[in-house]
Design a protein around this ligand. Structure first.
Ligand SMILES: C[S@@+](CC[C@H](N)C(=O)[O-])C[C@H]1O[C@@H](n2cnc3c(N)ncnc32)[C@H](O)[C@@H]1O
Ligand code: SF4
Length: 477
């Protein structure tokens, strides 16, 4: 495998491997604070003050999994099937989730009098298909009863091919799910065994075929590069195998290894992790293969077929960067229910629920507000959030778009960042444009996006793009 001509590896080395945020939110959750229940209530009300009411996106967090994958950075709770205590705990969680759906519907659904509709529903985890048929039905029915759902709403669910039955897939089709996201990670048996996530290619193929037979509109694959024992050839092969199965959308995640914060990741053989240059080669090779096979690069780590909704959203500008990666729905308020779920009110506030699933369930079931952390955005936060969204979603910053979306004079506001931006331009990560904005250069800028974004993050130390940040974020590339 060869690097593209003209790629300056010495420059890449200077930027790669730094601890930097990947901006699933701005400001990142590290800088949010503990909220009293009263403050959470106030923040929610703040998002309802008279203005053009935004339609809604709903995120439901189901934290349960049967077994732990060693690489996992999600908020999950491992509960083996078959035990009575475990089943009771899961059932209690489902009751709490349904109870929170009622609580939020009063605030954000029709009862709030805003006439807002649900444009997106996303079930994430953990593993939502850990739940049994009756539990899935009860949750879905509650959502449908409480919230007006737009006719063309995107209804998505994360499924683990190892634990999702045919019966569950049929049920998802009946309940109106039109997108499923499969956790695939890698097809290489050696990698799978080490990270304790064994699922052969044939198992994934069967699931994709079944999902398609049922007429579920869009299939997404989650893949990870940078896992232990992955080689450039191995990842290249995994990309070809993926292309062979033709998922409509692909998330090609950079492996986030944060053993200081995620204890079980210490079980990963550190020696077997590919270094930054190898990961660069994997990313560039994958990008080329996906694009040659007809996929569009959406942003950061996402690819989609041209007629998939994410590709269409890219054309219309209706694209968003959030905790779920790159999504459609730029101008939606996101309501998160379940443990650790985050509600996002663009340019206004973040509110996050209690992290621990047992504590969450007991708070909700005893009538307490489950939100424990959050932030009310300052004017500066809101401006930087809009700029970072522009950067991640469009691989560019267009000053006139920012002027019309949030009334900011970009050149004047970020005059102090000019020197840093010139340095990034000299190093070939970005191009400074005549309109005063910038365009991310391929390939260096695409792989070092977090370094570019660091210039606009007001919470990082000076020159973080070159030095990283002492707080433990995962490596930039
Ligand atoms: C909630 S999980 C997916 C649903 C389901 N539990 C499964 O694994 O099939 C969402 C995705 O996050 C990704 N992920 C988890 N831990 C990660 C890490 N440390 N670095 C990068 N991606 C990770 C995986 O690709 C995973 O499929
Ligand atoms: S199944 Fe998914 S959420 Fe559960 S441990 Fe594995 S990667 Fe994490």
């Amino acid at each position: 495998m060869s690097m593209p001509e003209g790629l300056d590896l010495a420059t890449f080395d200077r930027y790669a491997g730094l601890s930097l945020p990947r901006h699933v939110a701005y400001p990142m959750p590290t800088w949010w604070r503990t909220l009293e229940p009263r403050e959470a209530d106030e923040l929610r009300k703040l998002t309802l003050v008279p203005r053009r009411p935004r339609d809604l996106s709903l995120y439901l967090h189901i934290p349960f999994c049967e077994k732990l994958c060693l690489f996992c950075a999600c908020n999950r709770s491992i509960v083996a099937k078959g035990g009575e205590g475990g089943a009771r705990m899961v059932e209690q969680y489902v009751e709490a989730l349904i109870s929170e759906l009622h609580r939020r519907a009063g605030e954000f659904g029709e009862a709030s009098g805003t006439g807002r509709v649900l444009r997106q529903i996303h079930w994430g985890g953990g593993t939502p298909t850990y739940l049994d048929r009756g539990q899935i039905e009860r949750i879905a029915t509650t959502v449908a009863e409480l919230y007006p759902i737009a006719e063309d709403a995107e209804i998505a669910i994360e499924i683990d091919p190892r634990v999702t039955s045919d019966e569950q897939l049929r049920l998802l089709g009946e309940l109106g799910f039109n997108r499923v996201s499969l956790g695939v990670q890698d097809f290489d048996p050696k990698v799978q065994e080490h990270v304790r996530r064994v699922q052969p290619l044939e198992m994934v193929r069967r699931m994709v075929d079944r999902v398609r037979e049922l007429g579920v509109g869009s299939v997404n694959f989650d893949l990870i590069y940078g896992l232990p024992y992955q080689t450039e050839e191995g990842v290249s092969h995994m990309v070809d195998q993926t292309i062979g199965l033709r998922p409509d959308r692909i998330a090609f995640y950079h492996y986030a290894q944060i053993p200081d914060r995620i204890a079980h990741q210490r079980g990963i053989n550190h020696e077997a992790l590919p270094d930054s240059r190898r990961k660069l080669a994997m990313f560039l090779d994958a990008t080329e293969r996906f694009e040659d096979a007809g996929y569009r690069f959406i942003g950061l780590d996402h690819f989609a077929l041209p007629d998939e909704m994410l590709s269409r959203a890219l054309e219309t500008g209706n694209i968003n960067r959030s905790f779920q990666g790159m999504t459609t729905g730029a101008e939606l308020d996101l309501v998160g229910v379940g443990c650790s779920a985050i509600s996002v009110f663009p340019r206004t506030a973040y509110i996050q629920n209690q992290h621990d699933q047992k504590a969450y369930a007991s708070m909700v079931l005893s009538g307490e507000e489950p939100a424990t952390r959050g932030l009310r955005l300052s004017e500066d936060d809101a401006i930087r959030q809009a700029v970072l969204m522009e950067l991640y979603c469009h691989n560019a910053i267009r000053p006139e778009r920012l002027q019309s979306s949030c009334g900011v004079d970009y050149a004047a506001y970020f005059a102090g960042a000019r020197r840093d931006l010139e340095r990034l331009a000299d190093d070939g990560l970005i191009r400074l444009d005549d309109d005063g904005g910038l365009t991310v250069e391929h390939p260096l800028g695409r792989v070092l996006m977090r370094n570019i974004a660091a210039v606009f993050d007001g919470y990082l130390q000076p020159e973080a793009a070159w030095k990283g940040q002492p707080q433990t974020f995962s490596a930039s590339a």
